[in-house]
Design a protein around this ligand. Structure first.
Ligand code: TXA
Ligand code: MG
Length: 336
């Protein structure tokens, strides 16, 4: 049963999505053409039947996402890849065998059965097999794959808990499947092929080093200012507060501590009260920092402050993806 609440921004009573752990209920909603918030190992997704154009249209509406930004298709297993793509390069097979289920998205030539809406008319489709026990079980009982972007309004920080999804999209969808906090905390790495060479369009939950160990050298294109893949939009993952990146001590000296919060990698800053600072990983562990990144940005965003001072983390392993998200979320970047 949905809970009824009064939302001041809306003209009438709206039904808030129920948060629960009923996989069968989630499957039934999806079979009926409805949208469901689902857990993945990276971030929570907003899922709909990939072959149902009405459901896919709703995904774009609910997220307020421009139609030229294509969606990732989520499969239960690599065995079903042949249903939606025309060709699987040898390197893609190796990567899928190595990293699926897991936070790697492959961009491959698509079959016509995938609606244009899903791929924004591109000749390719982005696809991955997620690694979350709840969503794997869900996919196993569905006769179709899921179109599933991150479950946040377009341009905002991705959700890593069921209540993050509910906070922003709860009045627009019917059900949110709770799978606990996301293990990786940052979206999948997106990899495509150009002239048969692997190209990284978005750094993510699998590091470039790990990928290169398996397939040799890759080309990294994610910092292009003109989006080839729309995931390359510059302003993305942004909190509403003004996020400034640089040397935190210098930012404090320059802008003061009044109305300021801190998001540091591992250090504590004595100049600022404890309740206004979050350390991503006091031990300096990049995996833990990735796991905490989006939830921490949300917490700071909800505080009565105007500025968030933050810093880049070491630029290797998962640090590359963390820095990519921080740069995109920043309103001011003072490289040090
Ligand atoms: O970890 C993830 O990937 C999460 C979870 C829910 O699976 N999903 C996710 O979806 O991050 P989304 O929609 O927030 O980001 C998908 C990105 C978009 O920026 C889109 O531009 C890119 O994937 N993309 C989709 N299809 C593409 C294609 N054919 N070629 C290049 N990029 C594509
Ligand atoms: Mg997203």
């Amino acid at each position: 049963m949905a809970n009824w609440v009064f939302d001041l921004n809306l003209p009438k009573y709206v039904a808030m999505a129920t948060i629960g752990t009923d996989i069968q209920k989630a499957a039934n909603e999806l079979k009926r053409g409805n949208l469901v918030g689902i857990p993945t190992e990276t971030v929570y997704g907003l899922a709909g039947n990939v072959f149902d154009t009405e459901a896919v249209t709703r995904i774009f509406e609910v997220k307020n996402r421009p139609s030229f930004d294509p969606l990732i298709v989520h499969l239960s297993s690599a065995e079903h890849l042949g249903r939606i793509v025309t060709e699987i390069p040898e390197t893609a097979k190796i990567l899928a065998a190595h990293f699926w289920p897991g936070p790697l998205t492959l961009v491959l030539p698509r079959k016509d059965v995938v609606p244009d809406l899903v791929t924004s008319g591109l000749p390719t489709v982005a696809v991955r097999v997620p690694d979350h026990p709840v969503t794997r079980e869900l996919l196993d009982c569905l006769p179709f794959p899921l179109a599933c972007p991150s479950a946040n309004p377009f341009g905002y920080v991705s959700p890593t808990t069921a209540s993050h999804v509910s906070d922003q999209l709860g009045s627009l969808i019917d059900y949110i499947l709770d799978g606990g906090p996301c293990r990786v905390g940052i979206e999948s790495t997106i990899l495509g092929f150009e002239d048969k060479l692997p190209v990284i369009y978005r750094p993510g939950g699998i590091s470039i080093e790990e990928i290169e160990k398996v397939v040799g050298r890759t080309l990294v294109k994610s910092s292009f200012s003109k989006p080839l893949a729309p995931g390359m939009f510059k302003s993305h993952y942004a909190p509403a507060k003004s996020l400034m990146i640089g040397n935190i001590n210098e930012l404090i000296t320059r802008y003061g501590t009044k109305q300021s919060g801190i998001l540091s990698f591992k250090d504590h800053f004595d100049q600022v009260a404890d309740e206004y600072q979050i350390r991503l990983s006091p031990e300096g562990n990049l995996a833990q920092a990735a796991q905490n990144l989006f939830a921490s940005l949300r917490k700071l965003d909800a505080m009565d402050i105007r500025y968030i001072f933050t810093e880049l983390v070491p630029d290797y392993g998962l640090g590359v993806a963390i820095n990519n998200r921080l740069r995109r979320a920043a309103s001011k970047l003072i490289e040090t």
